[in-house]
Design a protein around this ligand. Sequence first.
Ligand code: UDX
Ligand code: ADP
Length: 434
Amino acid sequence: MKIAIIGAGYVGLTTGACLAELGHEIICVDNNREKLDKLNRGKSPIFEPGLEELIVKNQAAGRLVFQSEIKPAVQQAEIIFICVNTPPKDDGRADLKYVEQVAREIAGIINGDYKVIVDKSTVPVKTAEKVKETIRRYGAGKTNFDVVSNPEFLKEGTAVIDTMAPDRIVIGVDSEKAKEKMLELYRPLIEKTKAPVKVVSVRSAELIKHGANTFLAAKISFANLIAQTCEEAGADALEVLEAIGLDERIGAQFLKPGIGFGGSCFPKDIAAYKKTLEILGIDNTLIHAIEKINQEAVLRFLRKIEKELWVLDGKLIGVLGLAFKPDTDDIRNSPALKIIESLKKDGAKIKAFDPQAMANAKKEIPEIEYAQNPYEAAAGSEALVICTDWREFKNLDLERIKKLMAAPTIFDGRNIFNPKEMEKLGFRYFGVGR
Ligand code: UDX
Ligand code: ADP
């Protein structure tokens, strides 16, 4: 099928590359020239395992094209995906100006042929209706189209795997014609993976995405609440949560305590959902608590550092990990940045290392020092603070780290090490919840 993808960010690029891999013909449109230049040189503008290979392969096969002009892409496409960013406004609502802008552009372009327009970006319930209204308004009453909600559930770092082997495919449609088109689009994936397909109403699909992200964020905050309890009560949160997670009704995933969730999705999506509840007149205490515990996870960790190091002014602190999670270069809402900002405010000097996120971090916090590797970040430092659970940090030569540091103290915000072993190695070691 011929597909247009508007917005070549984390969501659009992964969707485009994966749909091309399934055999569809994709035109990806973006208004960021720099991004397009990179893509047209066969380079992915983001670090996402497996994505660049997929882009290069499908570009070479002629199934994946990147361009700035939206008109030819929309005119030839049967299905048009809207994958632009929906950043949060100050009050937590999702800012839908880019979605509206694309809807207006589409309205001016679509001709008489039937089109399916898909909201792929995470948006509040009833956004599809607004998109439909917008296209009718600015398209002089054109009606030969449907607007569909088809949320993505990809996680950064495993975006390609999540898209090619999804837990489920959610298609929110209000017309039979759109349903058939969407099923035709996903047929190769459904046949290959046997992924369950949920065909639901547009509004339900929009709520599934916000509901799923809120539930996952709630699990993490719950894990952090248990961690706080364990710290005060003298128990081990990892033991407690492992046993809790063995209950099949609960499940082991997303129960890792630490310095809380960050990224471009959870903080934004739960704030938007909180706002939706407020608008609908529903009590949003639960969401408020999820956010509060998440903030407290960082604050408690900082208090631990301050308590142990006492005066921070002038002290050199090594920071390992800047990305909001491993296997990505994304630093949006990364707890690491909040921690660095607070330590800096107290006068500490920071030397940071991240395997992939340093280029992005340098744009945001150019004033700190950056190390070439973890050992350089540890050298001469009074403490090492682990903010991201990159695999390579788990395999560090800890004897070497100890010798390099001014004082062997580790604050492990992701519990990547075992406290007893660290003590045996001669570190003062502080994890979360144990
Ligand atoms: C999330 C959802 O998982 C995905 O389904 C949705 O499409 C987009 O939002 P993402 O933000 O890419 O994906 O990463 P995710 O793996 O969910 O991690 C989010 C944050 O939670 C990270 O900061 C991570 O470190 C943290 N986290 C995750 C924990 O603190 N504990 C856990 O147990 C799991
Ligand atoms: P996400 O993480 O949701 O994928 P990103 O910010 O990574 O969000 O990507 C959104 C992409 O959408 C960006 O590359 C941006 O340049 C692009 N974009 C935003 N508005 C438009 C528009 N009107 N036309 C084309 N591309 C757009």
